[in-house]
Ligand binder design. Structure first.
Ligand SMILES: [Zn+2]
Length: 78
């Protein structure tokens, strides 16, 4: 077995575990901390964080994708 095949055989299960882990995280906790204010809801100068609108939350990428797919599916059923 050549080295590239070994790397590929190790990378596939790793990526599967990472993907499934992210999916589970998106189901259990669809919101993460805002990256700009780190979940505080305000900036360094006690001003309202405009990126998360002061909530300190952001929707995770996987959940955003899931919501888009579900919305598209529901619109297709009308
Ligand atoms: Zn924020």
């Amino acid at each position: 077995m050549d080295p590239s095949a070994i790397i590929a055989s190790l990378l596939c299960p790793f990526l599967t575990v990472v993907t499934l882990g992210h999916l589970i995280l998106c189901v259990v906790s669809p919101f993460g901390a805002c990256r700009r204010c780190h979940g505080r809801g305000r900036g360094r100068t006690y001003r309202h964080c405009t990126r998360c609108d002061g909530t300190g939350l952001r929707i995770r990428f996987g959940r955003h994708l899931w919501n888009d797919i579900r919305r598209e599916h529901q619109q297709g059923q009308r």
